[in-house]
Design a protein around this ligand. Structure first.
Ligand code: HEC
Length: 108
């Protein structure tokens, strides 16, 4: 009887690990970047990006530029034309996340 109990317990532990592996609670960098794109960074107020459902023509349409992570980072840190530097608004980690997101969302 106790052996049966241990087998059940063992199965529960295995199932628990499979679930935590398949549905991690922590968000990916790109997901965090998407939130920054829409909210804190206000990128969506100037840029069109279909993945973020934004439609604004103040800045270039990001759907059409094939960009790299470092180019997005430079644009956000140093600004580009009418786009002001967001270095004071976003932390290094947030800039990294938003760059990862824009890169992921535009690379197709
Ligand atoms: C005030 C409006 C505005 C906001 C807010 C803004 N941008 Fe821009 N962005 C622009 C404009 C205008 C340009 C074009 C600058 C130029 O090339 O003259 C640009 C250019 C860019 C480019 C292209 C740079 C290149 O290398 O060609 C990227 C990438 C970019 N923005 C990403 C972002 C991201 C990510 C955010 C949010 C963190 C953001 N922008 C917020 C207006 C904005």
């Amino acid at each position: 009887m106790t052996r049966f109990f241990y087998i059940i317990l063992f199965l529960f532990v295995i199932i628990f690990f499979i679930i935590t592996f398949l549905f991690p609670i922590s968000k990916s960098k790109a997901q965090i970047g998407k939130e920054i794109f829409i909210n804190k960074g206000k990128c969506a107020s100037c840029h069109t990006l279909s993945d973020a459902s934004s439609h604004s023509n103040i800045g270039p349409n990001l759907d059409y530029i094939k960009t790299t992570k470092s180019r997005v980072k430079i644009a956000v840190m140093e600004g580009a034309g009418a786009m002001k530097s967001l270095e004071d608004v976003l932390s290094k980690v947030e800039i990294e996340a938003v760059a990862e997101y824009v890169y992921q969302a535009t690379k197709k």
